[in-house]
Write a protein that binds this ligand. Sequence first.
Ligand SMILES: [Zn+2]
Length: 69
Amino acid sequence: MVCQRCRGLLVCETFDDLGIETVSLYTATRCINCGYIEDAVVRANRFRRSETTRGVPRRRGMVKKEMPC
Ligand SMILES: [Zn+2]
């Protein structure tokens, strides 16, 4: 997988977020070159920005694990 922005290498990350009930675990891809992160939430927000104005506070205490795709 390569970054849409810079064609850098994307790595999969698993986020264990204990602060959100509905999504306690999800995976995303992060570019190790430019830091661009894309996951299902990011993709959904692109199509539903008007419906997500309430938003979610940036996560604190998030545990990130990196692993090769
Ligand atoms: Zn990139």
